[in-house]
Write a protein that binds this ligand. Structure first.
Ligand code: NIG
Ligand code: FE
Length: 404
């Protein structure tokens, strides 16, 4: 039976841009938006839900997270406050390697329970779709363990979860000084096995002087192409290696971080339709000073998504709305652009552009009705909990459900 959601305004993000409908009506049926427009023109419907004058947006999409991991790195945060750099910590066996040790030691149940609590924070904020990466296992059994946890989160919680294999995140201790050997293992054994088990939706890598070279990343991308999997890339975070252009060459869904990217990279991404995922939490937490080249991104019509990059080393945040605020203050996005960055463009960064990310007929009925004065309030508040109602697949969630 169709349901008419009424007494609301909508920021629809329809047709690829920010747009609003005041006094809107939304008709959903079987989890899909059947109709959206001015309430006065809405088709008649027996079942009606009053949205109390709230502002409706698409459900928020966090398109780059590392939510599954063991341990915690607050000790390294303290070290960095004393002046030790992220690269120095990594070189002395800390950093990603630190989390790899803790993740390998954790059981699947322990990883599930800690990730579920973190994910619940995002859900309570209005996130209805999230991407989660592996990359703290770095061997077949441990990457499989992470990906199984990621799949289970999607199966058991009322949130859509995309799983990305980030086995090429760092060189594990077993392959010390043998990055080529590790990449061979990832391409010949690890990725084919995990893909055949149906655990992988996309493949990511860390292209950086303290991780993998563009040539090594290219081997991973070629493997992904053979396996029929889309790619994404951590690129140009700490140095400029041309990773963003490489990602564009492989029609990557997204290139992420990008502080050190060049105008040529932006041109390549714009031409390829590769989304730029900006991660202001990591920029802030690492006390970076080099800004992503915002003008070049705009000039080349690169779609800009925003995400938490939630991870224990460089962005321990569980608030996507805080990222919206930070993207406005630090990267000079407008609140409208920030909203598009956590809906429309985030959906595209996950290959979900045709089904998610905007309020349009035929799209999945995931939306949030916010008790706010205007949409800009979502980026205005520095995080915090705003009153809201969350609708997923056409059904209203109660907070107990989101908190499970
Ligand atoms: O997205 N850049 C690489 N990976 C993560 C950090 C991982 C970590 O330090 O644990 C990131 O920033
Ligand atoms: Fe990341």
């Amino acid at each position: 039976m169709p349901t008419l959601w009424h007494n609301c305004h909508a920021a629809t993000l329809a047709e690829g841009r920010y747009s609003i409908i005041e006094n809107a009506g939304i008709v959903t049926e079987a989890g899909v938006i059947q109709w959206i427009g001015p309430l006065a023109q809405a088709p008649v419907s027996d079942e009606q839900v009053d949205l109390q004058g709230h502002w409706v947006t698409p459900g928020l999409i966090d398109c780059h997270t590392h939510l599954v991991y063991g341990g915690n790195r607050s000790g390294e945060f303290e070290q960095r406050l004393q002046g030790v750099s992220y690269a120095d910590i990594a070189a002395s066996g800390g950093g990603i390697a630190n989390t790899v040790r803790a993740t390998r030691a954790a059981t699947e149940e322990e990883l599930f329970n800690s990730a579920r609590r973190r994910l619940a924070c995002l859900q309570r904020e209005g996130v209805t779709t999230v991407e989660i990466k592996s990359g703290y296992g770095l061997d077949l059994a441990s990457e499989r363990k992470m990906l199984r946890v990621i799949r289970r989160l999607g199966a058991e919680l009322p949130v859509t979860v995309k799983a990305t294999c980030l086995a090429a995140h760092a060189i594990p201790a077993e392959y010390k000084d043998n990055a080529a050997g590790y990449i061979g293992y990832v391409c010949n054994e690890l990725l084919p096995a995990l893909a055949s088990e149906g655990l992988v939706d996309a493949v990511d890598a860390f292209c950086e002087y303290l991780a993998f070279s563009p040539a090594q990343v290219e081997q991973v991308f070629q493997t992904a192409a053979r396996l029929g999997l889309p790619v994404k890339l951590h690129a140009e975070q700490l140095s400029s290696l041309g990773g963003a252009s490489l990602a564009a060459r492989y029609q990557a869904l997204s290139a992420d971080h990008l502080e050190f990217m060049t105008s040529a990279d932006a041109a390549a991404m714009g031409a390829a339709g590769t989304v730029a995922v900006l991660l202001p939490g990591a920029f802030y937490f690492l006390r970076e000073t080099r800004l992503p080249p915002m003008q070049a991104l705009h000039d080349h019509n690169v779609a800009i998504a925003l995400s938490t990059d939630s991870n224990p080393g460089t962005s321990p945040t569980l608030s996507l709305r805080l990222m919206m605020n930070m993207a406005c203050t630090l990267f000079r996005l407008t609140p409208e652009q920030a909203l598009a960055g956590v809906t429309l463009h985030a959906a595209r960064a996950l290959g979900l552009g045709s089904s998610h990310g905007s309020l349009e007929e035929g799209k999945v009925a995931d939306f949030v009705a916010w008790d706010i004065e205007q949409p800009a309030d979502l980026a205005y508040w520095l995080g915090g909990d705003l009153d809201k109602r969350i609708i997923r697949h056409g059904a209203e969630l109660n907070f107990t459900q989101a908190r499970q």
